[in-house]
Design a protein around this ligand. Structure first.
Ligand SMILES: [Zn+2]
Length: 271
């Protein structure tokens, strides 16, 4: 029940980035080397919804080295730099898209000086979802869901599901919280909207017994060597996800709520 299941999260596969977005940008050669390692070490990637099903149905047996490859945001370089590598190994992945920016640029990344990164188009998203990638929702405008009014949070949770379903013709069952931030109320809204899973961040491995609406993910940074990566996917040195929200997270939410007007400048380490 508690076999560690790493859920990796990537954002951009590219060579260039502003300094504040560097952590979220992996050079294509490094991404290719990591996928080659997963293939060679016989890992079995599955999608978020496959994991959610296994979490609710004990008759589903997962392969010994199961992991998840996820991407947040819906940047255009997913199509050009990540998808071809995933196809090469027949690796399923889960891509979380902030639908308000489709066909445009990454306008929410003001704090990182990255407002001009091209985003996927709807036709690319349709092609992606026909190529073994599960498309999930990552809100509409990438807000801090845990500190905005509930009605607004509900719209941010429901609207991308509807839009993605319209454009891809497929059910959208998984969500990822912008910046990883969520609260009990936000989780409840996600559940009510009809999703069966939701991803946070946390830098911990997951397990079948985890909360399927607060899945831990591991951010893969450009400083992760291949050696470290191979340890990371084994779960070495990483905790299994804590099921309860840490006090530190709650305190930080209070700070963010109290200083909402400063949010664009108060961004220490979120995507
Ligand atoms: Zn994001």
């Amino acid at each position: 029940m508690n076999t560690p299941i790493p859920i990796l999260v990537y954002h951009s596969i590219a060579t260039e980035s502003a300094p504040r977005f560097r952590t979220f940008t992996l050079p294509p050669s490094l991404f290719a080397a990591q996928m080659a390692h997963l293939n060679q070490a016989r890992y079995t990637p599955i999608t978020a919804t496959q994991l959610a099903r296994a979490m609710t149905d004990p008759s589903i047996r997962l392969a010994e080295r199961t992991l998840l490859i996820t991407f947040d945001d819906g940047l255009a370089d997913f199509f050009t730099a990540a998808l071809p590598v995933l196809r090469q190994y027949n690796f399923p992945a889960t891509l979380y898209i902030a639908t308000g920016f489709v066909g445009g640029t990454s306008r929410w990344l003001r704090y990182a000086g990255e407002t001009n990164r091209p985003m996927l188009t709807w036709s690319q998203i349709a092609e992606i979802s026909n190529n073994g990638v599960e498309c999930g929702a990552h809100s509409h405008t990438h807000p801090y869901l845990d500190i905005i009014p509930p009605a607004q949070a509900q719209d941010e949770i429901m609207r991308p599901k509807m839009e993605l379903e319209q454009h891809s013709g497929r059910a959208v069952e998984t969500f990822s919280y912008p910046h990883g931030y969520h609260s009990a109320a936000v989780k409840q809204l996600v559940r009510q909207a009809g999703y069966s899973s939701a991803c946070a961040l946390k830098h911990a491995t997951s397990a079948l017994s985890d909360d399927r609406f607060a899945l831990a993910r591991i951010i893969v940074t450009p400083d992760t060597t291949l050696d470290q990566f191979s340890q990371l996917v084994k779960g070495s040195g990483l905790p299994i996800a804590p099921t309860r929200e840490r006090t530190r997270t709650k305190v930080w939410r209070f700070v963010r709520r109290s200083t909402r007007w400063l949010n664009s400048r108060l961004e220490p380490d979120s995507e």
